[in-house]
Write a protein that binds this ligand. Structure first.
Ligand code: ADP
Ligand code: MN
Length: 170
């Protein structure tokens, strides 16, 4: 079974995936698998533009956890969408050396549920779990993901509404 951990940059994917790896789960950090598929480097946004279709179609599914903001484009059996309240996400991203524009774009994408919507389009009817990391430790997030992976937690999504935070970016 392949479990995807996706989410807007800064929501905590790598941190929780590292914790799950420490607990013995097989984890692939997808950032390390896209190099061959980079079609453009957007220097202004410090972002790599990836040929997602090419990458996803050539990715050999694994039995384990795949982590990254493109994870939901893979044929995962279960997908965890990490979320973070936009004001807190802004703070998390500000401690990275991200350009202003990139922080604003990511905060806005989080407020608009962009990754969740993409996940629902890719995995209609599949098991999706939205996990709010805003006030949860990495450890607590890993506990919830393990429960969901084991089938002890039913799918859950669509309860988050952060549209109020959109005003931050105007
Ligand atoms: P991603 O891989 O989704 O971009 P990271 O795991 O790199 O996110 O985490 C981004 C930042 O947020 C890091 O500074 C990390 O320490 C912090 N962080 C991650 N998860 C949590 C959490 N559950 N609670 C508080 N801070 C967190
Ligand atoms: Mn990461």
């Amino acid at each position: 079974m392949m479990i995807g951990i996706t989410g807007t940059p800064g929501t905590g994917k790598s941190s929780v995936a590292d914790e799950l790896a420490c607990r013995g789960h097989r984890v692939v950090h997808l950032a390390g698998t896209v190099q061959r598929y980079v079609v453009e480097e957007d220097r202004c946004r410090q972002t790599l533009v990836v040929n997602v279709e090419g990458w996803a179609s050539e990715f050999k599914p694994i039995d384990g956890i795949v982590e990254g903001h493109l994870a939901h484009f893979l044929p995962c059996d279960r997908v965890v969408v990490l979320r973070c309240r936009p004001d807190v996400l802004r703070a998390r991203l500000s401690s990275r050396s991200y350009p202003r524009e990139k922080i604003a774009e990511n905060v806005e994408a989080e407020a608009l549920d962009v990754i969740l919507i993409e996940t629902l389009e890719m995995h209609p009817g599949d098991a999706i779990y939205e996990l709010d990391t805003t006030e949860r430790t990495v450890d607590a997030c890993a506990d919830v993901i393990e429960q969901f992976m084991q089938g002890n937690l039913p799918p859950s999504y669509g309860r988050i509404d952060w549209t109020d935070y959109l005003v931050l970016d105007t």
